[in-house]
Write a protein that binds this ligand. Structure first.
Ligand SMILES: CC(C)(COP(=O)(O)OP(=O)(O)OC[C@H]1O[C@@H](n2cnc3c(N)ncnc32)[C@H](O)[C@@H]1OP(=O)(O)O)[C@@H](O)C(=O)NCCC(=O)NCCS
Length: 140
């Protein structure tokens, strides 16, 4: 019922923009932004339901030391149906990431237990996230 496809830059951009805009940190994205981010992401995975886009995630990586998982989002109407799990399974099992030393992400505290299912930990030693940003939503 749900199918996974690797996103092709330039396709489904309006649909993807609408899905992204449902999440607080992506609420102001335009089709132009989304088109450019797809062209410049290393991996982008979609989940479709009867041809409709219901889930998305993307990865930036050097394919050696580090990969950064970004913009994990599931259509509100399809949450709790395994779509997020399909996104995460697809990313963590992707052959391009098989020898990457660390897969990293930033999330809110209520999602820590979700990501733990795929081996992520919030035990990061004394590391602290630092950010230089023009986006005031991401600092407070
Ligand atoms: C987080 C999100 C991607 C999860 O997607 P989803 O399709 O609802 O997740 P699934 O149905 O695949 O859930 C897989 C498992 O994780 C669990 N789970 C789902 N959301 C969870 C949460 N917030 N916290 C803990 N566990 C969670 C489910 O109960 C399920 O467990 P089960 O296999 O034992 O039944 C989705 O809720 C979402 O898009 N949220 C808004 C955007 C967001 O915050 N993205 C994350 C950015 S870091």
């Amino acid at each position: 019922m749900f199918t996974v496809e690797w996103a092709v830059p330039g396709t489904r951009v309006p649909e993807l923009t609408a899905l992204m805009r449902t999440a607080w940190w992506m609420a102001d994205r335009t089709t132009g932004d989304v088109s450019r981010l797809l062209e410049n992401s290393d991996l982008a995975v979609t989940v479709l339901h009867r041809g409709d886009l219901v889930g998305f995630a993307r990865v930036l990586t050097d394919r050696t030391y580090v990969a950064l998982l970004l913009d994990v989002i599931v259509d509100e109407r399809r949450r709790g149906s395994g779509v997020g799990a399909k996104l995460l399974d697809s990313v963590v099992n992707h052959p391009d990431l098989a020898s990457v030393r660390s897969l990293e992400l930033v999330c809110q505290p209520d999602l820590i237990s979700f990501y733990r299912r795929w081996g992520f930990t919030d035990q990061v030693g004394t590391s602290q996230l630092m950010r230089r940003t023009a986006d005031s939503r991401l600092v407070s």
